[in-house]
Design a protein around this ligand. Structure first.
Ligand code: C5P
Length: 309
């Protein structure tokens, strides 16, 4: 293992259900959300440094219009959640260890797909393994919650209901392989910006609980719901346009993911998903379209390999 790169997939997520219960004194919002990992993924590679305690990063990729592409220099890298996750882990573990990291970005930024949070969870898993810490997942989850509200979900992976600010994770049996089309518009949305547009008139009113979100089984399709769609639509024309576009191709279940700006649709078959993606792309060439499927969580080696060199 020494000298070799450990390559791990870092998948995006979609929110099948998202209700905001209240605004908290700390500025966060109390929510109930059901999330699922999808195969649209970044790839991360980790390697122990030969000596020294630096955590070096190299970011490559195509994450759409808001991407930080090219070589990652300081101080950008030190603000990246991958660096922050590894730095926090080694400080908490009381070790002065280094790491080389390569990050291949595919997940669009400011899209509600959780790319940064997933990268942070992947980094915790990699640091725990390569630094031989042997921490149980529950201990990593406590660190994850300090890095971001969605990071604990990605440590659990698959599918889960998340409460609190998102950090209280209740895993659900994963529903793997369900075809998903993700449409990302050219403009991203800021999460704090979207939350700030919420009207709080429905505080404490859980419209419905997500327990019935059993996607696509036996021909039944969930009534997806996302409380953040309306506030997102105040800031961007895209939620309305995308709702119309997915309805026009007959998608059985579709909505905004997280605070946007990406929109996803669920389909009974990959063939139907591919056809819908083609039709939407033809009508709206400015969109980025990804055809993917529901999957497991981060920390699973891409293509199963551990490359050397
Ligand atoms: O936890 P995270 O850093 O990902 O949150 C980013 C921002 O999203 C927060 O600063 C807050 O404005 C908003 N947020 C929120 N309620 C949540 C999660 C995030 O208001 N439950």
């Amino acid at each position: 293992m020494h000298g070799g790169w450990l390559w791990l997939d870092s998948p995006a997520k979609i929110n099948l259900f998202l209700e905001v219960l209240s605004r908290r004194p700390d500025g966060y919002h109390e929510l109930v959300t059901e999330m699922a990992c999808i195969s649209l993924a970044d790839r991360l590679a980790f390697r122990l440094t030969a000596g020294g305690a630096a955590i070096h990063g190299h970011i490559m990729g195509d994450s759409g219009p808001a991407a930080g592409t090219g070589e990652a220099g300081l101080p950008d890298w030190e603000n990246n959640l991958v660096f922050r996750a590894l730095d926090l882990l080694r400080r908490e573990a009381g070790i002065a260890a280094g790491m080389d990291v390569r990050l291949e970005k595919k997940i669009p930024l400011q899209a509600g797909l959780g790319g940064g949070s997933s990268n942070a969870a992947t980094a915790l898993i990699a640091g725990n393994r390569l630094w031989n810490l042997g921490w149980p997942r529950e201990r990593l989850i406590l660190l994850a919650a300090r890095l971001g509200s969605d990071v604990p979900f990605f440590l659990a992976g698959g599918r889960a209901i998340c409460r609190g600010r998102g950090e209280r994770v209740e895993p659900l049996p994963p529903r793997l392989g369900l075809p998903v089309v993700v449409a990302t518009p050219p403009e991203g949305l800021s999460t704090p910006g979207v939350f700030a547009e919420l009207s709080h008139s429905r505080e404490g009113d859980i419209r419905k609980l997500p327990d019935q979100c059993d996607v696509g089984d036996g021909g039944s399709w969930p009534n997806l719901f996302n409380r953040l769609e309306q506030p997102a639509a105040k800031l961007s024309v895209w939620p309305r346009r995308l709702r119309q576009a997915f309805a026009a191709v007959g998608c059985p279940a579709h909505q905004l993911t997280g605070s946007g700006s990406a929109w996803f649709g669920l389909f009974p078959s990959r063939r139907q998903a591919a056809r819908a993606a083609r039709l939407i792309a033809a009508r709206m060439p400015e969109l980025r379209l990804d055809l993917c499927q529901t999957t497991r969580g981060p920390g699973i080696p891409g293509n199963g390999e551990i490359a050397t060199g």
